[in-house]
Design a protein around this ligand. Structure first.
Ligand SMILES: [Ca+2]
Length: 327
C-alpha cells in the first residue's frame, strides 16, 4: 500500500512538474509580438492589394464603345419587394446581389445614335432599330434618354456595347441604395419635383416630358434618374415573388419583362423603389428607356469585349419588322 501511495505521489509530482515546466516554457518563451506584428503589417498590405484590383464604391468605368459611364455597385443583401404595397411586390424577401457595374444615367439619344451609326457602318439597315419618336421634338435632344424602344432594341444595344441590361434584383438593390432600403430611388429616399422628373412639374422639374439625364441629385450610389424620367427595361422576366436565381440574367425568350422606376408621365407613387411594371417585350412607348450594366470582370485594366472597336462588334440579329407599335 505504501508503495502504491508513493507511486501515486510520484506520478502527481511528475505531472505537476511537467505542467510547471510546460507553463514556464510558454510564459518564458519569446513573446509572439514580433511575429503577430509582422502578420498585422501584412494584413493592410493584402487588403490594399485586393482593394487595388477590386472596384471601390462609386468607382466609375467608361465603356469605350458607347461612352457609357458605369458606377461600381458593391454587392450585398437587401430586402426585395414589400409586404405593404402592390400585390406583385409581395412577399418582401431577402436577396443577395453580387457587385456589378450600373449605368450612371439612362442611355441617351446621343449614345443610341452611336449604335445606329455603327450598324450603318457595318452595312446593316439601322432604320430597323430606329426608336419611335426618334425624330419628334420633345424626345430627340441628344441628352434626353432614348425612349420608344422595345426590349429587344435595348438588348441589341447592350450586345453591341459589350454590356447588358440589369436584372430586376440588381436594379432594385441599386435603387434602394443597398441596405439603406430607400422607399424612393432618389438622393434622400423621398420623392418630390426637386428630386425627380415624374408626372407634372414643379421645383426643379420643369419638364412635362423626358428631361435631359442627370438634372436631379444622384442617389447614394451616385446614380441619376432611377426615379422617373425614362422607365427602365430590365433583363428579368416578370414572375411572382420570390423566385430563384435573382442575380442571374434571364433568358431571352419572348415574355413579360419588368420595367422599373416610373417615368415622367406617371405619378410619384409609381417611382417607388419596389414598384414593378410588367411589360411585354414587343411593346413600344414614349416612356420606355433603359440603362446598362456590366459584370465585375469588365474593369478598365482587364481585357474585355468593350475594348474592341465598333466594327469588330458582332451586329445584333436582324429583326423581322422595322418598327413595333403597341398592341
Ligand atoms: Ca429612370
Amino acid at each position: 500500500m505504501k508503495l502504491s501511495i508513493l507511486k501515486l505521489a510520484g506520478i502527481v509530482i511528475l505531472i505537476v512538474g511537467l505542467a510547471t515546466i510546460f507553463h514556464h516554457s510558454r510564459s518564458s518563451a519569446p513573446a509572439p509580438e514580433p511575429e503577430e506584428t509582422e502578420q498585422d503589417s501584412d494584413v493592410p498590405q493584402k487588403r490594399h492589394a485586393r482593394a487595388r484590383t477590386a472596384p471601390s464604391p462609386k468607382q466609375e468605368y467608361v465603356n469605350p464603345t458607347d461612352g457609357s459611364t458605369l458606377v461600381w455597385i458593391p454587392g450585398g443583401t437587401f430586402t426585395m419587394g414589400s409586404d405593404s404595397d402592390d400585390e406583385d411586390e409581395q412577399p418582401a424577401h431577402r436577396v443577395t446581389v453580387r457587385g456589378f457595374w450600373l449605368g450612371k444615367t439612362e442611355v441617351t439619344n446621343a449614345q443610341f445614335a452611336r449604335f445606329l451609326k455603327a450598324l450603318k457602318d457595318a452595312g446593316i439597315d439601322e432604320t430597323r432599330y430606329h426608336p419611335s419618336y426618334w425624330d419628334e421634338e420633345g424626345y430627340n435632344d441628344p441628352q434626353q434618354p432614348v425612349v420608344g424602344i422595345i426590349w429587344r432594341y435595348a438588348q441589341a444595344y447592350c450586345k453591341w456595347a459589350g454590356l447588358r441590361l440589369p436584372t430586376e434584383a440588381e436594379w432594385e438593390y441599386a435603387a434602394a441604395a443597398g441596405a439603406r432600403q430607400l422607399k424612393y430611388p432618389t438622393a434622400t429616399g423621398e420623392i418630390s419635383h426637386d428630386l425627380a422628373n415624374f408626372q407634372g412639374t414643379g421645383g426643379k422639374d420643369k419638364w412635362e416630358g423626358p428631361s435631359p439625364v442627370a438634372q436631379f441629385p444622384p442617389n447614394p450610389f451616385g446614380l441619376y434618374d432611377l426615379a422617373g424620367n425614362a422607365w427602365e427595361h430590365t433583363s428579368s422576366e416578370f414572375r411572382p415573388y420570390p423566385f430563384k436565381n435573382e442575380g442571374q440574367p434571364d433568358s431571352e425568350k419572348r415574355v413579360l419583362r419588368v420595367m422599373r422606376g416610373g417615368c415622367w408621365q406617371y405619378p410619384a407613387e409609381i417611382c417607388r423603389t419596389t414598384h414593378r411594371h410588367r411589360f411585354a417585350d414587343h411593346l413600344c412607348y414614349d416612356f420606355a428607356g433603359f440603362r446598362v450594366a456590366k459584370d465585375e470582370e469588365a474593369t478598365s485594366d482587364e481585357p474585355s469585349d468593350a475594348e474592341t472597336t465598333e466594327s469588330e462588334q458582332p451586329p445584333p440579329k436582324k429583326k423581322k419588322r422595322a418598327r413595333v407599335v403597341e398592341e
